[in-house]
Structure formats: C-alpha cells, structure tokens
Design a protein around this ligand. Sequence first.
Ligand code: FDA
Length: 408
Amino acid sequence: MSDFPAQADVLIIGAGAAGLMCAAVAGKRGRSVLVLDHANKVGKKILMSGGGRCNFTNLYTAPDNFYSENPHFCKSALARYTQWDFIALVEKHGIPYHEKTLGQLFCDNKSRDIVDLLLAECREAKAQIRTRCEIQRIEPLEGEGEGEGEGERKGFEVHTSLGKVVCESLVIACGGLSIPTMGATGFGYDVARQFGHHIIPTRAALVPFTLNKRALKRQADLPGTSLAVTASCGEGSFHEQMLFTHKGLSGPAVLQISSHWREGESVVFDLAPGMDLCNWLSEQKAQKPESHLHTALAELWSRKLVQFFLQLNGLESKPLKQYHESALREVAEKLQTWTLTPEGTEGYRTAEVTLGGVDTNEISSRSMESQKQPGLYFIGEVLDVTGWLGGFNFQWAWASAHAAGAEV
Ligand code: FDA
C-alpha cells in the first residue's frame, strides 16, 4: 500500500525556502502538513545561494528594500517576522554565521546548514515532505450546500503523480521563473490564473547585463576585473562592485541596477564614487604637474582599467600641467557619468529572482490568503514582492511563510 497521504489539513506546493518554513510553522500549530515538490531534492536554490554560503537575511531589512506594484503589502509580514526572528532561529540551531558587508548575513560553512535547519524544524512539526511529485490538477471542493454556507468552498482536491490529496488549505510556494534548471516553473502563476488572479508581468532581475559585440571587443582584456562604482538607472542607484565578464557586466552593482533597467534604457556608472574627481585631478596637477593623466589615474584603478577608460572616452594622456581646469572637469565628468546601453540581460537562465508575479492587491497582507479563493495562499517569490540583492529575498520568503503558516 502506498504511504502517500490521501488527506492533509495543509498542502504546500514547493519545498523551497518559503514552503519549508510555512510547513514548520503550520505543523507546530498542530496542523497536519504535506509538502510536495517536483524536484529530486528540497531547497535547491538555498543550496546554491550566496555562492554556496546562503545570504540568509539582512540586518537592515526594511520595506524599502523591496519592489512591488503594491509597496505597502510586504510591511505587515516583515514586521511580524523580522530578520532578528530568523537570526534567533539560526542561533538556536547553532549555525555559525558572519556579516559579509552591508548587513548581509552568510553561513560560515555551507548553505546546507539552512536546509538542515528547515528540515529539522519540519521534522519537529511532523510535516511530511515528498519530492519528485508532479502536480497534475487542482480542483476546489464545494460546500455541502446546507443553509447559509451554501456554495462555500471546502478545500481542494489535488491530483498528483503520487496520488490524490484532499486538503483544507492549499499553499502555493513555487517560487519564480529564475533558473529553470533548478526546478523553476511558472506553475504558481498558472494556479493563480486558474482562480482568477491577475499576474503582474514578470521579468528577470538581479541579473548580469549582456553587451553588443563591439562593446565586448573593447573590453576583451577585462573579464574578471572589478571596481567599485555607483550604477544608476531611473530611480535606482547602487554603490557596490562591478565586474567585467565575457558576456558583459555583472557584480553586485549591476545585479542591483538590473531590477530598475528596461530594454533600451541606459545605465550611468560613476567610476569614482564618492569622490570629487575634478578636484582630485586638480590637486594631482598641482602636486605632480609632470605626471601623465594615466599615471595619476592609476592611483585609482589598475593600469588595464585606466587604459580602457581613456580609450573608451577618446581621452589622450598628457602631462597634467597641459590640462586646463575645464579639460580636467571634462575628464572627470566623462569618468563619473560613463553611460552605457546594455544589449540585454542574461535572462532567467542566471537571474537570481523574478520581478512581478501574483498581484498582491488580491492577497491578504496579514495571512497571504487569496481574496478570490478562500483556503488558497501564496507565499515567497511567486508573489509580486522582490527584494534587493543581499539576503532580502530569503527574508521575504521567511516572513511571508510565517504569516501564512500562522493562519492555514
Ligand atoms: P524557491 O525557488 O526557493 O522554491 C520553489 C520550490 O518550488 C522549488 O523547490 C521548486 O522545485 C518547486 N516547484 C516549482 N515548480 C513546481 C511545480 N510545478 N510542482 C512542484 N514543485 C514546484 N536570496 C537571498 O536572499 N540571498 C541569497 O544569497 C540568494 N542567492 C541566490 C542565488 C541564486 C543563484 C538564485 C537563483 C537565487 C538566490 N536568491 C537569494 C533568491 C532566493 O533563492 C529566492 O528568492 C528564494 O529561494 C525564494 O523562495 P521560494 O520558496 O519562494 O522559492
């Protein structure tokens, strides 16, 4: 006889960050919980996150670190399950961690520690988990039709490759579209549409830029080279590292600004962020008038980069004394407003997250329950809530999962 449960109080589809967290919270309330995932193992994105060390939260998490058509939506869940709550859980499990930069907390050892934490919490909550399970069909169950409750929804019947499950609450925790090879699908959006939800158009975010052939040829010597920049586009501006790649540009500054960028738009890079470069060049001229421009700039960047930036901007390198103040101002301006139009992005193949998703105007911000279908919940990345780079996306997964887990 199959050990596949035919009934559960709570059925969660997706055994990623949000699904496992929700299972633990709901199970500890005494609800019987079943988690199903089509992948061969749970938490694949957690395992590959943060370069294998999982940037599991950010000390400075605040609603401003998230993009959504409905920016107020995330506030309630983030306030009720904070970064400090997740840090306390990490400490309870004795997982060593450190702050890398900008409040980003990483495991000292491996991302596996976070998956093990979630699995231990699920075990304690007696939540059952099944992988390699394809979800075939979801049917809402009607009420008995007696008196007032006539037509009231009474849970769901979910048909899967492992069998049929009847549940009271159904939680969709399928994540977004990024990295299909890790098991990402648009299934969560399909379920949302099935129940009449609107989907905010999705796009790859936290993703490297690609450049055209000409630009790539110009930077052929630079892949692997990085420098601190401020990258700006639209209302976004990020001061972090930028990395030259064989396909274009990457690094935290580029990943961050990609969430603001739209096809055809330009991105402006300040290559000497936080500096008054014009003033600095004037000082260099006063102190070392015989020194060439490229020698002076080599105090800021590697010689390879200096050569690239000078060539790119059609600037010749002469002794500093030969530059009038206006010429130095022009050099500084060119280097502090390097404007570039990416050809595109690497797309969902390498994107860390998906912008857009299930419209949160149709979801309860307290419980994550659908306002269109009682008993149906959406949590994590499938919703139109997308964090900046730096641990914010996991914090959203934990917080939204906790909000739903307390209600399902
Ligand atoms: P998640 O993607 O974790 O889980 C969804 C689950 O649903 C998966 O297990 C999938 O197999 C399953 N599923 C999908 N379709 C299904 C179907 N049809 N049937 C059954 N199951 C299905 N964030 C951060 O805060 N810090 C970081 O360090 C990183 N690093 C990082 C690196 C890389 C390479 C990526 C791709 C992403 C990150 N992120 C990150 C983002 C973070 O991983 C992401 O936001 C969360 O994992 C989202 O959690 P969810 O539970 O919503 O989805």
